[in-house]
Design a protein. Structure first.
Length: 202
């Protein structure tokens, strides 16, 4: 579908789905680029559209000071939300040098076993310049608040729901138990606004 949808329409979709958002700071005072993996419709949005959106809307805001990335991996499906290894490498290579140098930490929320194995295998190949060493896995939201100012970040409700599921079904952390989806879904592509309920923890 990305081939039949104009680049501009894809960029507008990326913005509407709120995949990337600069919001809040961590405990060291660094800006945070929040990324919600489940919001990315990888089968609809092209790599070129992602790169263009980041180059125009996100990177210019991160050129002058250090920042951290908060990536939320909750409920990400490989077939729906993962653009592929070559795409990830292409996007990473498109990051301007000064922005890349300003990136000091990556908080990876709800990684799961498959994501951990993938990064252990391909992380150093995809991400050069020591980025892999800046990666911190965050298995529970309570641990995230040890690093991030919790009253400054909006997190979708489904992330907290998954967190609660993990407390009662800890084997889900290791991919040994199926995770049945709740009623929450990704924002509808034809919806005028994202339908996720958000919480800003105070």
């Amino acid at each position: 579908m990305s081939s039949s949808t104009s680049l501009l329409d894809q960029e507008l979709l990326i913005q509407k789905l709120d995949i990337f958002k600069i919001q809040g700071r961590d405990k060291r005072g660094r800006k945070i680029l929040r990324i919600i993996g489940k919001f990315l419709p990888a089968r609809i949005v092209s790599v070129d559209a992602l790169k263009k959106y980041l180059e125009e809307k996100i990177f210019p805001k991160l050129e002058k000071k250090s920042f951290a990335v908060l990536y939320v991996h909750t409920d990400v499906q490989r077939s729906e939300n993962f653009p592929g290894i070559s795409a990830l490498r292409s996007i990473y290579d498109a990051i301007p040098i000064n922005v890349r140098e300003n990136l000091e930490a990556v908080y990876f929320v709800h990684p799961g076993l498959q994501a951990r194995l993938f990064l252990a295998t391909f992380g150093r190949f995809i991400f050069s310049g020591g980025l892999y060493e800046k990666l911190s896995y965050v298995s529970r939201m309570n641990y995230l608040w040890d690093h991030v100012r919790k009253n400054e970040i909006q997190i979708p409700d489904f992330v907290y729901d998954h967190d609660e599921d993990l407390e009662f079904r800890p084997m889900m952390d290791y991919g040994l138990e199926s995770d049945h989806a709740r009623v929450y879904g990704a924002p509808a592509v034809d919806s005028p606004v994202p339908m996720y309920s958000m919480r800003c923890i105070s």
